[in-house]
Design a protein around this ligand. Structure first.
Ligand code: AGP
Length: 344
């Protein structure tokens, strides 16, 4: 049986090509906001919040500005006013219709921030209409509840945003992303072994650092919602501060890293520590070095670290879809979840 989730995973190369072709010519519109931007605040929930983590790391690592994630309750529940002059507030919502996110972006504008929307909901969505500038992704309709193509295209929009803010990266790297995603879909590595390794475990720790942190969070969210697995996504730096205590024979680790970059050696060391403790460590990306230290390995994209998260999530999506079916669940319609969630 082909699930909607599996079809939508396969649509990502085309969705990324369409989104990048539409948004790359618009870098200048972001540049127009860059001069008055000292800090960034991302406003999002769920998968969009995980995309925002990538945006935060991109902006801080390459575009020379501090960036953080907003707590929407400050706007919507506590109703506080904060001076946001010099702030670029970026609202991310796949649907563009999550009221809490629209309200928080409007609040940021009212507090003096410049505003950008990143949404797959189109120019007429409430979020896009609220923002000074809308960067609309072109993922097409996404029906499966677990977000896939709306996530990777949001990452592409964030990469365009970072370019507009003067990120010191090679813009040409983006052109390589759709093909790299296509290759991963065709050959995700040892998917069957990892599916069997996670079938029946108590829980799983999903860890990565830096650019890969967003992938760890998003992989854990996918496994929670579609496989009902207690998946804990965290940075490996935080993992070492206590949570690593839960890793044992019944609680393996999925370790995520780009094939190059400063967080790879730490991830390899972590894989050795996990297997040394008698637990399984499954690699997601990280090239031969991480695969060599792991129990089994899913392939990562052959991409530079700054764009790697657009590919690194793909094996986690495929794993989630296959594991859900292996456990007898329908990945398209997890129990109790809707495509658009309203908080109150
Ligand atoms: C994704 O797998 C989740 N089901 C969830 O995060 C979902 O993407 C989110 O609730 C959608 O909200 P949004 O339209 O505001 O992004």
């Amino acid at each position: 049986m082909t699930t909607k989730m599996r079809s939508e995973i396969a649509e990502q190369p085309a969705a990324l090509r369409a989104t990048l072709s539409a948004l790359l010519p618009r870098v200048g519109e972001v540049e127009a906001l860059a001069g008055r931007t000292r800090h960034l605040v991302f406003i999002a929930r769920g998968t969009s919040d995980n995309a925002a983590v990538y945006g935060r790391y991109l902006v801080e690592a390459y575009a020379g500005r501090m960036a953080g994630l907003a707590a929407p309750s400050i706007a919507t529940t506590y109703k506080r006013r904060i001076d946001m002059s010099g702030v670029l507030a970026v609202g991310l919502s796949q649907s563009g219709r999550t009221e809490e996110i629209v309200e928080t972006l409007a609040w940021a504008k009212d507090c003096g921030a410049s505003t950008v929307a990143i949404t797959n909901g189109g120019e007429e969505s409430p979020l896009a209409r609220t923002a000074d500038l809308a960067l609309c992704t072109l993922a097409g309709v996404e029906e499966a509840v677990p977000a896939t193509k709306t996530y990777t295209t949001a990452l592409a929009a964030l990469a365009v945003l970072a370019l507009g803010l003067g990120a010191e990266v090679k813009a040409d790297d983006l052109a390589r992303v759709p093909d790299a995603v296509e290759e991963l879909i065709a050959d995700p590595g040892d998917l069957d072994a990892v599916v069997e390794g996670l079938a029946g475990v108590q829980g799983v720790v999903v860890s990565g650092r830096g650019m890969a942190f967003s992938t760890a969070l998003e992989t854990a969210l996918k496994l929670k919602e579609a496989c009902y697995l207690h998946a804990m996504g965290l940075s490996y730096a935080d993992l070492l501060h206590g949570p690593i205590a839960v890793v044992d024979q019944d609680t393996p680790a999925l370790l995520v890293a780009a094939g190059e970059g400063p967080t790879l050696p730490g991830t390899v060391a972590l894989a050795r520590r996990v297997t040394g403790a008698g637990a399984a460590a499954y690699a997601v990306g990280g090239g031969p070095e991480l695969a060599g230290a792991a129990t089994a390995a899913l392939n990562g994209p052959a991409l530079p670290e700054w764009v790697a998260p657009m590919g690194l999530i793909v094996p986690g999506q495929l794993l989630t879809e296959a594991l859900a079916r292996r456990l007898g669940y329908d990945p398209d319609a997890p129990r109790g979840l809707n495509k658009v969630t309203q908080t109150e």
